[in-house]
Ligand binder design. Sequence first.
Ligand code: ZN
Length: 313
Amino acid sequence: MKKYLLGIDIGGTTVKLGLFNIDGELMHKWEIETRKIENGKYILSDIASSINSILEEKNISKSEVIGAGVGVPGPVKEDEIVLGCVNLGWSVINVSKSLEELLELPIKVANDANIAALGEMFKGGGKGHENMIMVTLGTGVGGGIIINGKVIAGINGAGGEIGHLSVNPHEKVSCNCGKKGCLEQYASATGIVKLAKEALERESCESKLRNIKEITAKDIFNFAKDNDELSIKIVDKFAFILGRALANISCICDPEVFVIGGGVSKAGDMLLDKIKQYYCENAFHATKDTEFKVATLGNDAGIFGGAKLALEF
Ligand code: ZN
């Protein structure tokens, strides 16, 4: 009888792993190091041997496991071919085929942002919604689009890469992707610091930010909460750029809910309310009532999404 699912989330530093029961309850989670030497050639075999030893330890046979869902930090095409993961040293690779051979279990693969979105739909902030968009505000801006319960990965695996929406034709600095004026150049932890530095140079007013050597996103949000005027202005600009971009996205896929996650989402209601305000001001009339929720699974979203993927076997 099949009663278990596995979720695997491969990151640049660690691989997170989860053993779930058939209801998607997390029974056991653990981590192993991501061994990136020799172009990451040991990563998948490390995962397989770690899972094998945990299953053995728990007296679970492979015949009891439905399969595993894997998140990888790179684009994954609809046919599950991974188009390279720079962080891991991988070029084009068929992760599901390789891991299936190593683990002797059915494997499904998705991009890490998309699998985190699936996880939030399954057991997190998007629970109960089959049409949702996950927005991860971290060092960059990640996204995952789920329509009718399915991730939209696209022909090139770039579906949901909302961090690289072009929002500013006047930008002179390049985004990590090589373009100029991408959403994540403003609406991420690094983006808001960039906005702050520009504001400090442009404006002559007093601000607590002027006393800080290395400004972080957290400083800006904290000072804004403390009524530092310039910090409030910066948060406002951040929320305007993001809220407006999300309103544009609603014109394309009209989700029931936006689930906001990542480190920056810890800024809480102050940020969420402002994003909502600018979203409403810019949304097409039929999409003004779209809900906004905070992601609840944190770093576990990927393994929950993996379990959800495995449920499809
Ligand atoms: Zn970009």
